[in-house]
Design a protein around this ligand. Structure first.
Ligand code: SAH
Length: 208
């Protein structure tokens, strides 16, 4: 079996398991191969539903977790998105496919080497801006955002800057909790408040 066939099986398994529901997310997963975003020696692992090490103590999320987060975000074409934790850039490319050429994705990565390599992998996406910096501060120049996705775990609460940079009615998806285990939280902005919904346990590297 080649990588392409194995990747199709992974996508249909995500559907069967109920992680993947929407047609637009399924199309994005077919459009953006995970192996394009992995280091050469790890591409063979790209079709496994497992997190994969990226170096520097970081990992790229398992495909089922990516599907869960993208489904919670309820993404539409033309939206303005902020992602914290670019990592491999795979999730960034999926976001860019989902919002299309009229939308835009700002992605922030703390580790310069990862940011450099993701920037290379994402060079064909004109609707993506890669920023090196601390995602806890958000990125004010492109705010407000329709959606914010955080792919590393906050200890106790949603960082204030991210709440402020979210549009009214906008959605943030963020893991919150200890280094061992976190709750995946979906927050919807209602005026000054964020209405929070717990969406299950998860395990992410920490937001530093
Ligand atoms: N979405 C990525 C996940 C990478 S893991 C992927 O699937 O490949 C989470 C990433 O968040 C790591 O690369 C880590 O360096 C980054 N990170 C952690 N704290 C951060 C912060 N404060 N600001 C920006 N990036 C951060």
């Amino acid at each position: 079996m080649n990588l392409k066939e194995a990747y199709s099986i992974l996508i249909s398994d995500l559907k069967k398991a109920g992680y993947l529901k929407s047609d637009n997310i399924t199309s994005a997963l077919y459009a953006v191969s995970r192996w394009d975003f992995l280091p050469a020696e790890l591409k063979q692992l790209s079709t496994m539903d497992e997190p994969i090490p990226l170096g520097f103590g970081q990992t790229t999320s398992a495909p089922h977790m990516v599907a869960i987060m993208l489904e919670l975000l309820d993404l539409r074409e033309g939206q303005n998105i902020l992602e914290i934790g670019t990592g491999s850039g795979w999730n960034t490319a999926l976001l860019a496919e989902l919002v299309g050429p009229k939308g835009s994705v700002t992605t922030i990565e703390f580790i310069e080497e990862l940011q450099d390599s993701a920037k290379n992998s994402l060079e064909d996406y004109f609707n993506v801006g890669c920023i090196h910096g601390d995602g806890k501060k958000g990125y004010e120049p492109n705010a407000p955002y329709d959606r914010i996705i955080v792919t590393c775990a906050a200890k106790e609460e949603i960082p204030k800057a991210l709440e402020d940079q979210l549009k009214d009615g906008g959605i943030i998806v963020i893991p919150i909790g200890s280094i061992i285990m976190q709750e995946l939280v979906k927050g919807t902005k209602r005026g000054k408040w964020i209405e929070k919904e717990n969406c299950g346990l998860c395990k992410f590297v920490p937001l530093v």
